[in-house]
Design a protein around this ligand. Sequence first.
Ligand code: ADP
Length: 277
Amino acid sequence: MILTQTSRIYSDTDELRRRWIMIGGEGAVFLSLMVVGIYRVQRSFRKEGELLSRQKTFLHSITHEFKSPVASMRLQLETLLKRNLTEEQQHTSLNNALEDTDRLDQLLEKTLVAARIDNGELPLFPESVDISAILIDCMDKVIRSNPNRKIIQHIEKRLVMYIDTWAFNSIALNLVENALLYSATGTAVEVDLSSNKGNVVLTVKDTGIGIPDAEKKKIFEKFYRLNSSGGYKGTGLGLFLADYLVKKNKGAISVRNNLPQGSIFEAVFPNKINEIE
Ligand code: ADP
C-alpha cells in the first residue's frame, strides 16, 4: 500500500515535471518566434524608412541634375542669339548645347530604365556579340567626351558573349563614368577586358576617393549615394542598373580597394551564357 502510494507520488511528480518541461519548451519556442518576428518587423520598418529617405535625396538630386543641363543649354542658346559672335564662338556654344542634351538624354534613360526594372518591363535581346568591339567603341565615345582624361585600355580581342548589346554597353559606361567622376582630372582610369577560366572579366580601376568597406555592398542599392559624394553630380541609380544587368546575365559584380588609393570594380560573366531569364 505504502509502496503504491510512494510510486504514485513519484509518477505525479514525474508528470508534473514533464508538463513543466513541455510548457517551458513551448514558451521558449513562442518567445523566440516572437523575438524573431519583432526583429523582422523592425528591420523591414528600418529598411522602409531608409528607402523613403533615399527617395527624398534622389528627388532632390534628380531635380538638380535635370535643371543644370537645361539651364546650361538656355545659356548657350542665349549666347547664340547675340549677333556679334565669331564662327568659332558659335561652334563652341553649339557643341556645349549638344553635350548638355547628351547629359539630359543619359539621365532620362537611367531614370526610365530604373522605372522599367521596378515594373518588370525591361526587355533584353541577347545575342552572340563581339564584346571586345563593343567595349572599344564605347571607350572611343568616352574618350571623345573626356578629352582631358587618360584612359588606359587592356582589351582582349574578339571575345564573344551571348548578351544584350545595350546592357553590356550600359554596364561598362556606368562603371567608367563613375571611375572618371570620383577621381581627379590628372589621374588615369584603367579598363580591362579578358577571359579567365571560362569567365569574361570586365575590370575598371581608378585612383579616386575610394569606398569605405562598410559601404561596399550598399552602393549597389537603388538611390544609394555616399555622403562623401554629396558634392558630385549623380542619382544613385548607375550601380543599381549595372548590378541588375550583370545579374540578369548570370554574372556577379563587386568592388575592392585599389592600392594605395581608389576603387576596382569587377564584373564577372560566365562565358557560356545560353539564355537570359
Ligand atoms: P551616382 O549617380 O551617385 O554616381 P551610382 O549608383 O553610380 O550613383 O553610385 C552610387 C554611389 O557609389 C555614388 O554616389 C558614390 O558615392 C559611390 N561610387 C560609385 N563609384 C565610385 C567610384 N569609382 N569611386 C568612389 N565612389 C564611387
